[in-house]
Design a protein around this ligand. Structure first.
Ligand code: SF4
Ligand code: SF4
Length: 81
């Protein structure tokens, strides 16, 4: 009851909050094709010449990019920070 008054959400509770997930790239497998960039709706990745930048603050860990990567270079992991 008190929590409702303060407007707290379930995700505010330290034991109930889900760990954030983000995608990570294996740079040895990546072929810089850009397929993952074109499907990301959150602008969470960017191909900068021969470097795939992942913006963890924007990434939702939805995994759509993982499914389109022809090299199997992407993986969704639990964020430790
Ligand atoms: S996991 Fe989802 S949000 Fe994150 S980079 Fe891939 S498509 Fe974008
Ligand atoms: S789809 Fe895969 S191979 Fe292509 S840029 Fe993204 S991570 Fe690299």
């Amino acid at each position: 009851m008190q929590n409702r008054k303060k407007g707290l959400k379930i995700s505010d509770h330290p034991h109930l909050a889900m760990p954030k997930k983000v995608v990570t790239v294996n740079r040895f497998k990546c072929a810089y094709c850009g397929a993952c960039v074109s499907v990301c709706k959150f602008n969470a990745n960017e191909l900068i010449e021969t470097f795939l930048q992942i913006y963890e603050d924007k990434c939702t860990g939805c995994g759509i990019c993982v499914k389109v990567c022809p090299m199997g270079a992407l993986e969704v992991i639990k964020c430790t920070t």
